[in-house]
Write a protein that binds this ligand. Structure first.
Ligand SMILES: [Zn+2]
Length: 364
């Protein structure tokens, strides 16, 4: 008996009974659905789900993986072969450039995927109309959105003791989750979150903030799970922040909450790549950038990070998302945005090469 489980958005087909348990020959049913729903915008999602399902295809059964999280290396490798890791870049690289222009420039630099930056007013993701416009723009440019940042600073007070500020942050993060649900690629749908602010000393206040933060995450976990969105908790620039991160990942060990590795943040602590190795098992997103010891979001190979070592560790992890550059033009040596983006792409491709023996240099 064939079993198909599609929980995507193809509402027309679901209504027509073309999808669902025991719907008959699986591929035929999906293709039928695709043919009947050419006007249904979420069809792209069904197609992507089919691609993912095909990785796991056995003669009489297709089971869609609910998550890329906690997957075995074997499954991860299969998924990677089907959906290869791509270079991606955050739209925050220069907020002075209007969003629509950023998108076309990113495409012209050869990227196929983007991550939405944290400023809602830049992309317009905080309104339904804005989200429609983003979707249209990225589709016109042949791009997909693999992840996004929660609104900053609006959504950055999840650990606040000020109830109003904390609830407003939760509301803002829910807007990001809605955005992820509406316009992010089915293989992504990840919202990156920051945790406790830096500089809160050990003691009662800090402990109460952590308790409030856990409450915020609990609320957001339930909301995100209902929308099939994942939350990716970023590591920070301080050891005591990362201790909170580890507590949160331990407390929320389901598939909805995972780890977002921020390379620049770890380099500020000078511990590269200890936390990547330690928490890599939970990795669902990456924010890749370089620096010389302060969080300057330079391109890889512009700062002092050991990128050969990064590649050796990174490519050994069961991670199947994209390689997202969270870089900014402000501190880069490349001041021309076109050149900056083409350098970004070139360096991302370099990092995507699996290491062979002695590693490599950019000049290959
Ligand atoms: Zn980051």
């Amino acid at each position: 008996m064939c079993r198909i489980r599609v929980s995507g958005n193809c509402r027309t087909s679901q209504k027509q009974g073309k999808l669902g348990p025991d719907a008959g020959e699986p591929h035929a049913a999906l293709y039928l659905c695709m043919r009947k729903c050419v006007t249904c915008p979420p069809m792209e999602e069904t197609r992507r789900r089919h691609e993912i399902a095909a990785v796991f295809c056995e003669p009489n059964s297709i089971t869609l993986p609910e998550t890329k999280h906690h997957m075995t290396k074997d499954v991860c490798n299969k998924l990677r072969k089907k959906l290869p890791m791509k270079p991606s870049i955050c739209t925050s690289f220069d907020y002075k450039i209007p969003f629509a222009q950023c998108i076309t420039m990113i495409r012209q630099a050869g990227f196929e995927a983007i991550s939405l930056g944290a400023r809602p007013k830049h992309s317009g993701f905080d309104t339904a109309q804005g989200r429609i416009a983003i979707r249209k723009l990225v589709e016109q440019n042949g791009l997909t959105i693999d992840s996004m940042h929660a609104p900053f600073p609006e959504g950055d007070q999840l650990f606040s003791l000020d109830a109003a500020a904390r609830l407003e942050s939760i509301r803002q993060c829910k807007i990001a989750i809605d955005t992820a649900r509406d316009i992010l690629d089915i293989n992504g749908r990840i919202v990156a979150l920051h945790l406790i602010p830096y500089g809160i000393p050990q003691g009662d206040v800090r402990n109460r903030m952590i308790a409030q933060g856990m409450e915020s995450l609990k609320t957001l976990e339930a909301y995100a799970a209902g929308k099939e969105v994942k939350l990716a908790l970023e590591n920070g620039q301080k050891l005591d922040y990362d201790q909170v991160l580890e507590s949160c990942l331990s407390a929320f060990c389901g598939s909805t909450i995972g780890f977002c590795y921020d390379s620049g943040h770890e380099n500020v602590q000078g511990t590269c790549y200890r936390i990547l190795e330690k928490l890599g098992r939970r990795l669902v997103a990456v924010h890749i950038h370089d620096n010389g010891g302060s969080d300057s979001h330079m391109l890889p190979y512009e700062g002092n990070m050991d990128w050969d070592k990064f590649r050796k560790i990174f490519h050994g992890l069961a991670y199947s998302g994209n390689l997202v550059l969270e870089v900014g033009i402000a501190h880069s040596q490349f001041k021309d945005p076109t050149l900056f983006l083409s350098e970004a792409r070139r360096r991302a491709e370099k990092l995507l090469q699996r290491p062979t023996g002695l590693g490599s240099t950019l000049d290959n």
